[in-house]
Design a protein around this ligand. Structure first.
Ligand SMILES: Nc1ncnc2c1ncn2[C@@H]1O[C@H](COP(=O)(O)OP(=O)(O)OP(=O)(O)O)[C@@H](O)[C@H]1O
Ligand SMILES: [Mg+2]
Length: 494
């Protein structure tokens, strides 16, 4: 006798008005399996997750758990059947403490603490306000909360997208434990290397349908990309981007320079300089001061010591506007903080343009429209739900956070994990775009939690450990050298 499937969906469908998110999805997850759910941005993955966890109701189709048909009308039904999610975006109210948030969801708080300790995160303070907790730790808290329900099927919607290597490893350890207990994990990620390393099976969605199901480790990444993108797969190129022949000359003077920056116990004597035409990569494990450094560089936080110099002028930054008005723009880690969720794509991209009104007189409407269209096109933003960005898929929201600055013109761009949640088809567009901005004369600082990206787009990198820059490496240093430096170990001289 074969054991029944842990989860089976048949012809599940869901539309939002005119937008068809899911046409007909069949998904089969076995006990003891880590099952990847794959697909390009907007393919319907998060919509399926919300149906499986009772947040949304399917328009049609059937769901069975352990061989029995179930009705998932509300989150409590899903919980009762042993399904617990970590959603794509953090699910905690920012103005409450973590503990208050946990109490609201009636989760067993001691169990949450136990799971945190098991993941070596026992030091996290549950009394802290959610808005003060860095995004990666919030994701780990969401995971601990899901685990506290002791689910049969743990559903992880892009949990690793915001996690540096050290924290991702802890998630993989949890996934292995869940398998060993003959339970299952449904794992969503755009990082194909981790899918191939940690998933036993995968199902690929395209345009709201399941188009393929196979063992991801067997074929190459090409097999996954082909299933995800169909015809469009041929344009994906995994190659390092270098300065183009037509690029502006890298000047002698830095467009952005940080001199001996110190901030509380987070940063100590950090100096860096980026010139026009350069892309500087920044690598770090979680909690090494990277978020504080970006806050200082973007004028969101005043350094205690040191100087910030933009294009030769020392900025006494008291407000992000002092920095923005000198042409320094930020793509932050938390897209919800950057966007106006109730507003349209168009309004979100136009918002930074309004600053121009005060400086150079009003920009004309048609010109603005043209620039916005160009930015939407350059990043292939899915405009099917364009009237409110909160209705866009996570990856498409992320693209809007980048696009909003493109229409404006800039001198220095600070990118904090810009490809978080962006699919393999569009990641290369972001890489090309970053390179093109540099070639046109911008200076770029890019933090990435995906070390591979440093070799793909950056000219050189700096590694932050314990609030200090511990290494400066050339673009081709390789992931293992970056990782060693990020752990504070000596790098082997070339
Ligand atoms: N509330 C909503 N109203 C209108 N459209 C919606 C809503 N929620 C989702 N959609 C649309 O449904 C489609 C599928 O979105 P979904 O979030 O499931 O994609 P996804 O596969 O999770 O993508 P990503 O990898 O970017 O997270 C998208 O076109 C999205 O705009
Ligand atoms: Mg999603």
């Amino acid at each position: 006798m074969t054991t029944p499937l842990l989860l089976e969906t048949s012809a599940v469908a869901k539309a939002f008005g005119a937008v068809v998110a899911l046409r007909a999805v069949d998904l089969r997850v076995r006990p003891g399996e880590v099952h990847a759910l794959l697909g390009a941005n907007g393919a319907g993955k998060s919509t399926l997750v919300k149906i499986l966890t009772g947040v949304l109701r399917a328009d049609a189709g059937a769901i069975a758990i352990h061989g029995r048909p179930v009705a998932l009308r509300r989150p409590a039904d899903a919980q009762g059947h042993g399904l617990a999610p970590v959603f794509q975006d953090p699910a905690m109210a920012p103005d409450l403490s973590v503990a208050e948030n946990l109490r609201l969801t009636r989760v067993d708080v001691p169990a949450v603490r136990r799971h945190l300790s098991d993941m070596d995160l026992g030091q996290l303070d549950l009394g802290e306000q959610v808005r003060d907790v860095p995004l990666p730790f919030l994701r780990m808290l969401d995971l601990a909360r899901a685990l506290a329900f002791d689910p049969q099927l743990l559903v992880l919607d892009e949990i690793t997208a915001a996690l540096p290597p050290d924290l991702s490893e802890r998630v993989f350890a949890v996934m292995r434990r869940w398998k060993e207990r003959d339970r299952a994990v449904l794992f969503i990620s755009h990082r194909l290397a981790e899918v191939r390393a940690h998933c036993d099976m995968c199902t690929v969605l395209r345009d709201g349908r399941d188009v393929a199901s196979f063992v991801p480790a067997e074929g190459g990444e090409g097999q996954i990309v082909a299933a995800m993108l169909g015809e469009a797969a041929t344009v994906v190129r995994e190659e390092a981007r270098t300065r183009s022949a037509t690029a502006v000359d890298v000047g002698d003077t830095a467009l952005l320079e940080a001199r001996n920056i110190g901030a509380g116990r987070h940063l100590e004597d950090v100096s860096l300089a980026v010139r026009a035409g350069e892309v500087l990569g920044l690598a770090a494990l979680e909690g090494q001061g990277q978020d504080v450094l970006f806050d200082v560089l973007s004028g969101n936080r005043k350094a205690d010591r040191g100087e910030l110099v933009v294009d030769g002028v020392t900025v006494k930054a008291h407000h992000p506007f002092d920095v923005i008005r000198r042409g320094v723009v930020l793509v932050p880690s938390d897209r919800l903080q950057a966007l106006l969720p109730q507003r349209s794509i168009r309004e979100n991209i136009a918002a930074p343009l309004f600053n121009r009104v005060t400086r150079w007189g009003p920009i004309n409407g048609r010109e603005e429209g043209r620039r916005i269209d160009e930015a939407v096109q350059r990043l292939s933003i899915d405009t099917r739900a364009a009237s409110q960005v909160r209705r866009l898929s996570g990856g498409n929201q992320q693209k809007v956070t980048i696009a909003r600055w493109l229409a404006r013109g800039l001198k220095v761009m600070l990118l904090f994990d810009p490809t978080r949640g962006i699919d393999v088809g569009t990641k290369h567009q972001v890489y090309d775009l970053v390179r093109a901005l540099a070639d046109e004369g911008a200076a770029i600082v890019m933090f990435t939690s995906e070390l591979r990206e440093i070799g793909l787009v950056c000219d050189r990198s700096a590694v932050l450990h314990n609030g200090r820059i511990v290494a400066e490496l050339p673009a081709d240093a390789g992931e293992s050298a970056l990782l060693r430096a990020a752990h504070g170990l000596e790098t082997v001289p070339a």
